[in-house]
Structures are given as C-alpha cells and as structure tokens.
Design a binder for this molecule. Sequence first.
Ligand SMILES: C[S@@+](CC[C@H](N)C(=O)[O-])C[C@H]1O[C@@H](n2cnc3c(N)ncnc32)[C@H](O)[C@@H]1O
Length: 214
Amino acid sequence: MATFTFVTLCAIFFIIIVFAVWHLASRRYSLPCPVWLRWMVELDNPFTRTNRAAFITEHLELAPGMTVLDAGCGPGRLTLPVARGVGSQGHVVAMDVQAGMLERAREKARLADLGNITFLQAALGDGQLPKNHFDRALLVTVLGEIPDRQAALKEILTALKPGGILSITEVIFDPHFQRRGTVTRLACGLGFREKAFYGNCIAYVLHFVKPKEI
Ligand SMILES: C[S@@+](CC[C@H](N)C(=O)[O-])C[C@H]1O[C@@H](n2cnc3c(N)ncnc32)[C@H](O)[C@@H]1O
C-alpha cells in the first residue's frame, strides 16, 4: 500500500512539473498540443461543463448564414457543431497551425457531409485572415499556446465584423490555462468590450464584442 501511494504521488508530482514547464516555455516558444494527443482533445471534458462543445455552441447565439472562425480548431471538436449551427448558407473557417490536426478535422467533416468549412493551415497572429469578415470567432483552449497573444487577439479583432463576438474558453486542466484577469486585460487593452462570462475561475467561457465604432 505504501509503495502504491508513493508511486501515485510521484506520478502526480511528475505531471505537475511537466505542466508547469510546458506552461512557462510556451510564453517564449510555440509548443502547441502535439498531434498524437489529438484523441484527448476530441474528448468532451467530463469534469467541466463550460468546455463542452454543446455548452460553447449554445452560448454563441449562432444563426443561419453566419461566418465563423474556429481558431486553433484542433481535430474539429467545435468546428462540426458550429458548421451545423450556421447551416449550408453559413461558413466556418477552421484554422490551425498543425497539418495533422486539420487532417483529422477535414476527415470528420467529410464523413459528416459538411461542405461549408474551409480549412486553413496558418498561425494566428501572422496576419492571414480577411478583415471585417467574421460574425463569431472561437478560441477554445488555444490562447496559452500562442507566444504572441497580443498579435493573435489583434488579428481576431481586425477579422471580426463590428459587433462580432470573440468567445474564449479556458480550463485549468489545460497546461496552457490563462486566468480570466489576464485574458480580460489583454482583450480590453486592444479594444474589445467584455460581453458575458460563464463558469468560474477554473473553467470559463468569456465573450468579448468588437465595438461598432472600431
Ligand atoms: C488544445 S488544442 C484545442 C483544440 C480545439 N479548440 C478544441 O477545444 O477542441 C489547441 C490547438 O491550437 C492550435 N494552435 C496552437 N497555436 C496556434 C496558432 N498560433 N495558430 C493557430 N492554431 C494554433 C494547436 O495546433 C492545437 O490544435
């Protein structure tokens, strides 16, 4: 029993160290969630309601014909329900920096027979998005993986239509977790206005609106 407790504590300690090092290193280097872990990203977290695809899409107030950006879409966990939400007249741009993630999302879209998604391999912050184009933008457990968060949010601000909404989800179980205060400071410093907050300090969805006068 003592050996079991010791091994369990060592394993927990090791995971905490890996999370901490990954978190700190991501401030300087691009260290995205590896493609071989995409199966884990595809699971809806059983411990946090706010990170579930159904919860996030429900609060996006999607309407048929809308154009949505899923930035850091990973294997398409959100991309597919959002594509269904905007209907065949709407459009989703699924963007990710890693080809392996996009491959999986593309395959899922093909199997689901969804033809209203464009896949874009690019790094958010590099300025490849069109201006004043999207009604909604999603950043679900992505922000902390981007070394230049300011450039990333600025690109989304420019890419959204005036009145468009940016939805950011953060969960503490993610090694790249960003605190609410940090996210709000960054977004509001660039010109976003906070619109809504769901959840609590360890798992939340934050909505920001691009003011009409920008
Ligand atoms: C933890 S996964 C989340 C995937 C998805 N949003 C979800 O919640 O299921 C983070 C994703 O962000 C992508 N990513 C990291 N940095 C990025 C960047 N600068 N631009 C675009 N995607 C990025 C990673 O490749 C990875 O697929």
